[in-house]
Design a binder for this molecule. Structure first.
Ligand code: PLP
Length: 298
């Protein structure tokens, strides 16, 4: 397997036809390129968790995810690489009937999958449930869904080192908000951070994030969910194909495509100042396009 990370992230300027005359520059930070499987923000959120498990000599990592989870596959691959036993608690017992490509890959990397009902999965943060898991998997380090813990946030802070001060705005997709929180805390306050939540009513996360990100130069948007988390329509897929044709950047359907779609609408609505220089973080997740690959031209 390729070393992790396999490649340094880099900044790619977008084709200016896409954003002129609205703003001065839009570029993308290509975190999707750091590794073929442990891609994007997932590696940064995992790396401190893995260092912690290795440093404390714990027995393994147990974490949570759905049948298409970028976090689950990244954890499975990273644990394989570091020779750490991994257990994945998967949402929905039906998911074991026909494994998605994501789950097949998890099994391939040696992750032990445990399928639980949606009701049981919903208790994933309840302390009695966590205690039951601790009993069943003694000495495993339990990483919340999406890598959403302090190690995840600390790992995500490292992404800020790739963001030069010339950018006035940083845009990032938000699932749990872990990456967003790490970035907001590590970047200078003058750089505004915008978070794009790809689910309905996602800005409720603002309340959860407020204590973690005390400074005020940030905002979440949830207008571009396209019907909900993981949902898509021909408009979104057409946008992804056009975006790839113009910039040669593959977007993922769940997160980054919705963010870039939203940014395009915000440009047209004039919400950014003309002198804005926007850095959009490509958080990876391209494996999530598997189910629509027949409709994509890349
Ligand atoms: C997981 C993921 C996110 C969300 O990251 P959080 O730290 O949970 O907010 C964004 N983009 C992609 C591509 C992801 O896979």
């Amino acid at each position: 397997m390729a070393t992790i990370p396999d490649k340094e992230p880099y900044i790619q300027a977008l084709n200016e036809d896409w954003y002129r005359p609205h703003v001065s520059n839009i570029s993308m930070l290509r975190l999707d390129e750091v590794h073929p499987v442990v891609s994007g923000n997932k590696w940064y959120k995992l790396k401190e968790n893995i260092a912690h498990v290795r440093g404390t000599g714990q027995a393994g990592i147990l974490t949570f995810g759905g049948a298409y989870s970028n976090h689950l596959i990244a954890t499975a691959a990273a644990c394989k690489y570091y020779n750490i036993p991994a257990v994945g608690i998967v949402r929905g017992t039906y998911a074991q009937e026909v494994l998605t490509p994501t789950l097949q890959a998890c099994v391939h990397y040696g992750m032990r999958l445990v399928f639980v009902t949606r009701e049981e999965y919903a208790r994933k943060t309840a302390s009695d449930y966590i205690n039951d898991l601790r009993t069943a998997y003694p000495d495993y380090f339990i990483v919340p869904e999406g890598g959403a813990n302090e190690w995840g946030r600390r790992g995500a802070e490292a992404i800020a080192q790739y963001i030069p001060p010339e950018f006035t705005h940083v845009a990032v997709s938000v699932g749990t908000g872990t990456t967003f929180a790490g970035l907001r805390n590590a970047l200078p306050e003058v750089q505004t951070v915008y978070g794009y939540v790809p689910m309905k009513n996602g800005t409720y996360l603002s309340e959860e994030l407020r204590p973690l990100v005390p400074d005020k130069h940030w905002q979440l948007f949830d207008d571009w969910h396209f019907g909900g988390f993981g949902k898509h329509n021909p408009e979104l897929l057409g946008f992804m194909n056009d975006f790839h044709a113009l910039h040669h950047v593959p977007l993922d359907m769940v997160y980054t495509a919705k963010m870039m779609y939203g940014i395009r609408e915000q440009l047209q609505a004039g919400i950014f100042p003309k002198e804005a220089r926007i850095l959009c973080v490509h958080t990876g997740g391209l494996q999530g396009n598997e189910s629509v690959k027949a409709l994509l031209e890349y």
